[in-house]
Structures are given as C-alpha cells and as structure tokens.
Design a protein around this ligand. Sequence first.
Ligand code: FAD
Length: 405
Amino acid sequence: MKNIAIIGAGAAGCFCAQRLKELRPEAKVTVFESHSKPLAKVSVTGGGRCNLTNSFALVRDLREVYPRGHQLMKRLFHVWNHWDTMSWFEEHGVRLVTQEDECVFPVSQNAMEIVEVLRRGLDLRLQTRVAAIEKREDGKWEVFAEAKNSVGVFDAVVVTTGGARRFSWLARLGMEIVPPVPSLFPFKLEPAGLEQMSGAVVKDAELVLPGTKCRARGTVLVTHNGISGPATLRLSSYAARFLAEKACCADLVINWMGELGEEQVREALRDFAQSHPNKLVIGTVPAFDGDAAQRVLTSRMWEFMVARAGIHPQTRWSGMGKKQYNKLVTVLTADTHKVTGRVPHKEEFVTAGGVSLAALDSATLESKTQKGLFFAGEVTDVDGVTGGFNLQAAWTMAEVVARGV
Ligand SMILES: Cc1cc2nc3c(=O)[nH]c(=O)nc-3n(C[C@H](O)[C@H](O)[C@H](O)COP(=O)(O)OP(=O)(O)OC[C@H]3O[C@@H](n4cnc5c(N)ncnc54)[C@H](O)[C@@H]3O)c2cc1C
C-alpha cells in the first residue's frame, strides 16, 4: 500500500503518520483535519503539560485503568507499551519525567513540545472535514470532504477522529457503533451542606454507587457544587454507561475513611473516647488505625463531620450516647448523597463508546468487513481513566495500525 489517508490530526492520527513515515518511508501519507490547527486537544492535555503516559507501576490489572477495552489493550501492549512510548519520544528529543504518582510528563512541562514532535514533517490538510468515504470498484477508497468534494483516492484509510460523537458517516459504512457517552467528569451533588467544605481535599476516600459494582478509592476534592478529584473521575469512568442511562442521577455513598470499615471506625472512636473522656469531640481528630485519620481527615473536615452527625460543639467524648456514635460512624463511613448531574470538566473529558471492538481485527485494528479501513484512538470503544492512559491507548493503537497498514 502506497497512498494512505489518515482522518483526524490528533494524538492517534499524527503518531500513526509519524510511524508510517518511519516504517514505510516510500508511502505517501496525507492527514486530513477539520480544524485549522492539528493536535488541538493534545496541546491542552494535562492542563497544558501533557501527561503522555504512565509507568503502570501501580496498575495491578488493566481493567482498573481501561474500563472499556482492557483485553484489547493487554494484547496490543505486546506490540507497543509505555516503555516504547517513552523511548520513542526520548529518541525524538523529548526528555521525560515520571512523577511520584507514576504519571509521565515532558521535563519541559509543556504540551507544545509533544505537539511539535508529532506534527513535524507531516502532509497536513487542515480545515478539511471528511464527510464520507466510499469503496471503489478497484478496491481503493475515495475520501470526500463536505459538499461531496473528493479529496483523493487512497489504498488505505485510517480513521482517528477521536470521541467527536459524530459517527453517522461510519455507521453508513456498516460499522457497528457502541453509543457514545461521556466519561471522566466531576459530580454535581444535591446541596446537603457538603458545599460548605468547598476546597477540602480528602486523600483516601471510597466512593460507591449502590446497586452497581462501581466503586473507586483515592483523593476526593470537595467543590462548590459537588465533588471532583481522581477518585470521582475514576468512578465516572467505571460508571459512565450506568450514569448516562440514569441521566446522571444516582445515589452515592462516600466512605471518608477510605479502607477503614464501619467496625474499625466504631472501635477507634470508642478507644479514643476511653483515653480522652474529657476532650471535646469536635476538638481533635481521633487516631484511627494508628494515625491514618490524622492524614486522611483535616481538623476542618472533622469538625464538619461532627456537626453533620448532629453532635453539639460542647459535647465531650464521655457524653456521647449510642445514637450519636452510630450517626458519627455513618457520616464517616457511609455518607449518602445524591448525584444530580455532571460538571463539564476542563481538565479531562473523554468519550466512552465508539466503533465496536467486535467489528475490528484485534491484531491490526482493520475493519473485519471493510478491507483497507483502520481505526485507532478514542474513536474506538476503548477509554481509560486519568493518568496518561488515554494517550497511551492512542499511541499503542496508532502503532498497531501503522504496522497493519
Ligand atoms: C482537556 C483534556 C485534557 C486531557 N488530558 C489528558 C492527559 O493529560 N493524558 C491523557 O492520557 N489523556 C488526556 N486527555 C484525553 C486525550 O486527550 C484523548 O484521549 C486523546 O487526545 C485521543 O486521541 P485521538 O487522536 O483519538 O483523538 P483527538 O486527539 O481528539 O483527535 C481527533 C482529531 O480528529 C479531528 N476530526 C474529527 N472528525 C474529523 C473529520 N470528520 N474530518 C477531519 N478531522 C476530524 C478532530 O478535530 C481532532 O483533531 C485529555 C482530554 C481533554 C479533553
């Protein structure tokens, strides 16, 4: 194959074009992009710093980081994984740093460095929105921009249009599409007082959507109208389809104590009360499980929890009744809220759904029914949680397609 069209100059499209140039220097590769600039999304990734991959050191099971597509990614990582990504960018002059949280960024902390490397030397046709592709009798593909304007005939077409949610032209080709829904968003909660804690960070909380298997642990950030932070975004990803079906209205249970269960918390409160009977309940954050709670709950958060449990500020530990203990334990470990919507997120927002993986050859990402038509990146039904996993999926799929083509 000599003449290849790539539709979409994003992470997957530009990386695929770069790798095709390296693997098949004789091939003619044209990248069509609807916007006036390529890689617009990459330039704002990671808050403008571009979290381009992850060390995967904290990942026990790919299911945790790819709620959709983990099996495919497991297979494709044999072809191209995070080490390959890091080596490639370093070989192309980008120095990288792995943060304590295992996210990988350019040392420059500037996403534009990644953009420059990816766009270098490409044949880009900007402001060209592809509206249709058609298979010709000679087996080649004709690509049309809007207004039925032919922009060329190609031996192969690679679709890397991202999570644009405009799949009708692909559906017309007979591609099976899993309905797209948003993923990675903060939650709006019904006002119940938590908003007074706006800005508070709880380092290790567990979020659960009752009636589902969806739960996520980690840092929770309280916002003026709900919650955000890594654990919230992760839960929105695990529960993307469930929340879409429920119009983003659901019960949410928060265990502010992270891994500590009801019984452990109750015991710790009793121990603390026995050792400090004359102290005000509101005065000191008790030591749960060694000093875990000192790290997990700030005194501001503790004061809020005590008030939320209806305990008077002058109450001492010796004066706590059974009902008050129960209420405090419930507020700490099973604090129930109502999710009422999603908050558009400026940091990260991806689409779950897209071209069904069942429609693709898992070794090459070529359509099983349309020869010469390949897919990579967010346009497929693969998406990850925050931490560099989405871009890693884009690089990996783009490499697999480059080799497949
Ligand atoms: C604000 C933000 C921050 C993010 N930060 C991170 C991060 O730090 N780390 C991480 O791993 N992930 C991050 N993500 C997710 C990540 O950016 C995406 O998963 C990734 O860009 C997907 O790459 P892609 O090439 O599949 O799609 P895109 O990068 O979205 O590229 C698709 C391209 O196709 C073009 N296009 C669409 N339709 C057509 C058409 N019909 N004709 C021509 N062109 C078309 C679009 O204009 C676009 O340029 C972030 C996302 C957002 C929104």
